[in-house]
Design a binder for this molecule. Structure first.
Ligand code: IPM
Ligand code: MN
Length: 331
């Protein structure tokens, strides 16, 4: 058995703490991995001024997967790590799917919640189109366009249909704002309708994003798979975390399904500097992210065991390492 080569980006704050526990869980499955740590994030930027040098990006590309903790420190200005590290990786490695699963948490009101959001991850308002005119004058103009290519939208929608087809409920909802974003929304709707013809066994729906927010709060169990654009996906996945198991359990996979670059697995949560170093961060989001990594590496049995162990210990409370121990003990 050849070991999977994993690049580890612990990052800042609680990032390294939760990633260490997630790696322990992965090793406990018996799947062979070989890890290389990358020093990336706010701490490195403050020390050296570097965010993600191109040679390191190219090195990352060659790994079988990248496992991340969280990046960000309060002293780094907004945008530096977001654009320079996370989005740079998403764009350069063509991680065009951001897959985020949501399961019911320990509290009862959200029983039956089991849905996934497929967020387009390389286009939309995140593409960086726009700029300033007459900056710092009274006549200043800032534009921030939304880039939607038929290819980019269609590959994301096709991925979502395939995913929905593999699930029991076989249902896919397109979330957008077609009533106002009449250009981008129209392209999304047409691409959705066209791809839907290839999947006659998948039921479909369309919800405006504002209405989807109400539905997510009132009854998130109505959703199976949601597909949406980059910015809407960013927003509704925080909401998804809040109405399901909480942000401490919200995992994500930045996938390049064409496998032309290493996919990147990370919790949705941030580096939480306020609780860093205390050993109290919930490692579940990192562990579920690691399970998604195992799945993507073809280790479906191990991935299923990890997910099952996380579900079996859903009521377990305690420190970061205690939760990790509990999950490993039922593996
Ligand atoms: C997320 C984060 C990122 C995003 C930021 C940190 C760039 O909020 O992964 O959801 O907006 O995509
Ligand atoms: Mn976000």
């Amino acid at each position: 058995m050849t070991a999977h080569r994993i690049a580890v980006v612990g990052g800042d704050g609680i990032g390294p703490e939760v990633v260490a526990v997630a790696l322990d869980v992965v090793r406990a499955t018996g799947v062979a991995i070989e890890t290389v740590e990358f020093d990336l994030g706010g701490a490195r930027y403050l020390r050296t001024g570097e965010v993600l040098p191109d040679d390191e990006l190219e090195e990352l590309r060659g790994f079988d997967a990248i496992l991340g903790g969280a990046v960000g420190t309060p002293d780094v200005p907004p945008g530096v790590l977001e654009r320079g590290l996370l989005l740079k990786m998403r764009f350069a490695l063509d991680l065009y799917i951001n897959l985020r699963p949501f399961l019911a948490g320990p509290n009862r009101h959200n029983d039956g919640v089991d849905f996934l959001v497929v967020r387009e991850n390389t286009e939309g308002t995140y593409a960086g189109e726009g700029g300033f005119l007459r900056k710092d004058t009274a006549h200043e103009i800032a534009t921030q366009g939304s880039v939607n290519t038929r290819m980019g939208v269609e590959r994301c929608i096709r991925y979502a249909f395939e995913l929905a087809q593999s699930r029991d409920r076989r249902h896919l909802t397109l979330v957008h704002k077609t009533n106002v974003l009449t250009f981008a929304g129209d392209l999304w709707q047409r691409a959705f309708d066209a791809v839907a013809l290839e999947f006659p066994d998948v039921g479909t729906a369309y919800h405006h994003v504002d209405a989807a927010c109400i539905y997510l709060v009132e009854d998130p169990s109505r959703y199976d798979v949601i597909v949406t654009d980059n910015l809407f996906g960013d927003i509704i996945t925080d909401l998804g975390g809040a109405v399901s198991g909480g942000i401490g359990r919200a995992a994500s996979a930045n996938l390049n399904p064409a496998r032309t670059g290493a996919s990147f697995f990370e919790p949705v949560h941030g580096s939480a500097p306020d609780i860093a170093g205390k050993g109290i961060a919930d490692p579940r989001a990192a562990i579920i992210s690691a399970a998604m990594m195992l799945e993507f590496l073809g280790e479906s049995d191990a991935a299923a065991r990890v997910r099952k162990a996380v579900n079996a210990t859903t009521d377990t409370t305690g420190s970061t390492s205690q939760i990790g121990d509990a999950i490993r003990s039922v593996l």
